[in-house]
Every structure is written in structure tokens, then in C-alpha cells.
Design a protein around this ligand. Structure first.
Ligand code: SF4
Ligand code: MG
Length: 333
């Protein structure tokens, strides 16, 4: 459970000065055991900063984290180290994230150098073989090096490595976007199988909505450092309430044979404003076709606008809970 997470960075503004970039501004999130939360938004929306905060690689300036009754922000030293193994990461580019000088067995077992008591020394070879098998690799692969594997195999090793510490949560940052389509499906299926088997939770960061729709139980949509809409995946896709979500969905190709209303394409005007100097009130207002005066004056608060209290949108004028965009209402550039 994350509440009010806020994180700012000092960034250079000109030759002389610095200014503040608010990467996260009041982010609330929750994640259940065995659940997948899809985190979507354009690049620069704060997804990666949020991931780093959830992994405790970055401390938030404000806000709280609660993990199974524990507040990880209050932990230090050994306790923090012990906590860290519960949240692991799978990276986008398995080639860049794996040390080319280590073979698969060494890569998978590397986290045990820091977390020594997870697997006793004498049991490590067996555990490596087990992990390889869990991710669909062969025993003989233990002695091969990253450059000898395909992209999909490298990502399997990345997953085995994340599993080596028996985490409760794995943050997957664009885990399949560097892979060919056919391989993407295999890796996504593997992640789903592992979840069913182990009950692990995923925070699944992706800009690819068709992937998110496929894997996520719930979705959180981010814009300029804030969560603007969250809800069950099916509901978000069938009936987005926030105009930004509707625009994102309308620009994504819908999967072949999928049911649901055909969407009018919404073209957003302008670019994402700089997080250094976000618009007043609703941050989306400079690109929103529904914006009115109130949108510039007051920041909208995330609220449930329909029957489902878990479906929330931060918008003064949310879309009707029906097929959203009436013809011609999206301004063309
Ligand atoms: Fe658009 Fe206003 Fe809603 Fe923001 S609050 S998304 S500007 S309608
Ligand atoms: Mg990123």
C-alpha cells in the first residue's frame, strides 16, 4: 500500500541555477498478494521513479509505504536488507542487465552473495537447477554465458534471478518490449504460470496497452507524476472515465476479435508539459478537450464516480460510464 508518494529531484535549469522536477506527486497505490498491477503512461510520467521507490532504491520525500504490515521506510541495516529480498526487479533489456562474464548459474545465484541465508551454500547448485527448470531452461544452460542465449532466454534468466530470493513482489519494467512478438507471448505466459504457482505479485510497467490488458488484474494510469485513473483492467478498457485514459486507449490498436465498443480515435493536442513546470489545477488540462475553468483552478482528487469504489479517476468532468467519445469531440491538431 502506497499513499501520497512524492519525489522531487533538483535538475539544472540554466547555466546558473537548478530547479525542482516533481517526478511523483501524491501517488496512491495498492497491490494484493498474487495480483498484477499494470502501470501505464507515456515516458516521463514517473513510472520508473515509482518503481525505484517501491524497490526502496529511492526514498520518497513524502508519503507512506506499507508492506504486509511493515513500514519499509522505517527499516535500517540488517532489517532493511532482509526486507529488500521481498521485492525484486526484472528489467527491460536482459542483455544490458546481465553481466557477460558470469554464466547462467552465477547470474542466478548472484543475489545470494548479498542475501547469504536465503539458500545454504550446499544447496545452491540444486536450487539453480530448480530455478532454471522453473523458467523453462535446461540444466546444461547453467554453464552458458548471456551472449550465447537468445533475448527470450536471457529474459528467462533475468526472471530466475529475480526469483532466487523468493520475493513476494516483482517489479517488471517493460519486461517484453525488447523482444520479438512471438517471444513476448512466451515470456508473458511464463510470468503468468509462475504467478499461479508461487502467488507472487507483479507491478507490470508498460507503455504497451495490449500487453497490459493481457496480464494485469488492475491498471493504474499515470500522467505527469500522478495516478489519474485506476481500476480493474476490464473496466478500465471497457469504460475509461478519465479523458487521458480514453485518449491512450483510443490510440492503441485493439486486439483482433476483441469485443467492446469501437473507439473514436482521440488526437491529443500538444506535447506532455514539462514536469518542472506542470499546469495549475489538473495537469492534463492543456491537452484535454473537456477542460473548463474549474480544471485550471482546482486539482481534481481521485474519486469513484460509478458503482465500483475501486475504480477511481481524478477528473472534475469524468466521462460517462458508457462508450466514451462522441463523434467529433476530439480536437484534431
Ligand atoms: Fe480534463 Fe478537467 Fe478532467 Fe482534467 S479535470 S481531465 S482538464 S476534464
Ligand atoms: Mg521509464
Amino acid at each position: 500500500e502506497a499513499e501520497g508518494l512524492t519525489k522531487a529531484f533538483r535538475v539544472p535549469r540554466s547555466a546558473s541555477g537548478t530547479t525542482t522536477l516533481r517526478a511523483l506527486d501524491g501517488v496512491n497505490l495498492s497491490l494484493e498478494r498474487g495480483e498484477t498491477l499494470g502501470l501505464v503512461g507515456e515516458s516521463g510520467c514517473g513510472k520508473s521513479t515509482l518503481a525505484r521507490v517501491l524497490l526502496m532504491l529511492e526514498r520518497p520525500d513524502r508519503g507512506t509505504l506499507r508492506f504486509d504490515g511493515t513500514d519499509p521506510l522505517s527499516l535500517r541495516g540488517k532489517e532493511l536488507l532482509a526486507w529488500r529480498r521481498r521485492v525484486q526487479m526484472v528489467f527491460q533489456d536482459p542483455f544490458a542487465s546481465l553481466n557477460p562474464r558470469l554464466n547462467a548459474a552465477e547470474l542466478i545465484g548472484e543475489p545470494w552473495r548479498t542475501h547469504r541465508d536465503v539458500v545454504p551454500r550446499g544447496g545452491r547448485d540444486r536450487r539453480v537447477r530448480q530455478l532454471l527448470e522453473m523458467v523453462g531452461m535446461r540444466e546444461a544452460d547453467a554453464h552458458r554465458y548471456p551472449q550465447e542465449f537468445s533475448g527470450g532466454q536471457r529474459q528467462r534468466i533475468g526472471i530466475a534471478r529475480a526469483l532466487a530470493l523468493n520475493p513476494d513482489v516483482i517489479v517488471c519494467d517493460e519486461p517484453v518490449s525488447a523482444l520479438d512478438l512471438s517471444v513476448q507471448a512466451q515470456v508473458l505466459n511464463l510470468l503468468a504460470e509462475l504467478q499461479a504457482e508461487l502467488g507472487v505479485s507483479y507491478v507490470f510497467i508498460s507503455h504497451d496497452l495490449s500487453v497490459v490488458r493481457h496480464v494485469a488484474d488492475r491498471v493504474a494510469v499515470m500522467y505527469l507524476g500522478q495516478v489519474v485513473e485506476t481500476g480493474r483492467t476490464e473496466e478500465i478498457f471497457a469504460s475509461p472515465r478519465h479523458p487521458y485514459t480514453a485518449a491512450l486507449l483510443s490510440s492503441a490498436p485493439s486486439p483482433v476479435g476483441s469485443e467492446g465498443p469501437s473507439r473514436q480515435r482521440i488526437l491529443l493536442r500538444g506535447e506532455v508539459p514539462s514536469p518542472v513546470d506542470p499546469p495549475s489545477g489538473c495537469r492534463f488540462r492543456t491537452r484535454c478537450w473537456r477542460a473548463e475553468e474549474v480544471c485550471a483552478e482546482e486539482s481534481p482528487v481521485a474519486e469513484a464516480h460509478g458503482a465500483d469504489p475501486t475504480h477511481t479517476a481524478a477528473c472534475h468532468l469524468p466521462l460517462e460510464p458508457a462508450p466514451p467519445v462522441p463523434a467529433g469531440s476530439g480536437p484534431e491538431r
